[in-house]
Design a protein around this ligand. Structure first.
Ligand code: ATP
Ligand code: MG
Length: 244
């Protein structure tokens, strides 16, 4: 039975989709069978990042509406062979209900070691569906006051939806900018305020982020890949020490 992890954030644009795609690739490198599910209906992006946007015919709503079999809507990534993508519907009115998400993922998890769900920003439309079948949530924050503060609402809403295990990724971290901003005394203050156990820190890495935006692989000795490999190891239960 695969582990189902939803990637969330309060504030938008913290890097959820980039982390979902990159972490999926890192879990594949560890030999896992991995499915990414895009739940950001109307604003989907995982298909683009994983290089399948050109061939999309079906999405998750088509499975639910009986237009296709599940396997017809699951695409192998062009950027990362052996990583699979189940796209979000193009229209928010086609969001799949939380109940149906639970039923669908109960079946899909038999075929994968990890399912990563890319959640829309915030706790509005689509949140409950995205988290409905999750065993755990990862909150992706930037080390900025607004981003960190928004975790309070997300944590509360996750608990309301029955997702009790919450971990934290601090993304796009740039030590020089962090010190210069003076918003927090140190990273411990960020973690305390976010209120979740730290899973890892992903540095700011504009080259990798730009490659991901274009659906290009981000393999190689890049800062982001190194950090995501360590996070993937932790998700697999391996003791990879945190580097703060
Ligand atoms: N570690 C990083 N270093 C540099 N840039 C990054 C990093 N992570 C993400 N980005 C950039 O930040 C922007 C937002 O990333 P992304 O789309 O993944 O965020 P998101 O949380 O999914 O946004 P939304 O809330 O709109 O769904 C993109 O331009 C992306 O390339
Ligand atoms: Mg996104």
């Amino acid at each position: 039975m695969g582990k189902v992890t939803v990637i969330t954030s309060g504030k938008g644009g913290t890097g959820k989709s980039t982390v979902t795609a990159g972490l999926g690739a890192a879990l594949v490198r560890r030999g896992n069978r991995v499915l990414t599910i895009d739940c950001d209906a109307g604003m989907r992006g995982i298909d683009l990042m994983l290089g399948v946007s050109g061939e999309l015919v079906f999405d998750i709503a088509d499975i639910v509406n009986g237009n296709c079999s599940p396997s017809s809507a699951i695409y192998p990534s062009k950027a990362v062979p052996e990583l699979f993508v189940l796209p979000a519907p193009q229209n928010v009115r086609d969001i799949v209900s939380p109940y149906i998400m639970q039923k669908l993922i109960a079946v899909l998890r038999k075929y994968y070691d990890h399912i990563l769900i890319d959640c829309p920003a915030g706790i509005g439309t689509g949140f409950e569906s995205a988290v409905a079948a999750a065993d755990q949530a990862v909150l992706v924050v930037n080390a900025e006051p607004l981003s960190v503060r928004s975790c309070d609402q997300v944590r509360a809403k996750l608990s309301g939806c029955g997702v009790e295990v919450k971990r934290l990724i601090i993304n796009r971290f740039n030590e020089r900018k962090f010190r210069r901003s003076g918003s927090f005394a140190d990273l411990d203050a960020v973690i305390d305020k976010a209120g979740a156990r730290l899973l890892g820190i992903v540095p700011e890495d504009n080259a990798s982020a730009a490659a991901a935006q274009k659906g290009e692989p981000i393999e190689g000795r890049r800062k982001m890949v190194y950090a995501l490999d360590r996070i993937a190891a932790r998700l697999d239960g391996v003791n990879a020490p945190l580097e703060i």
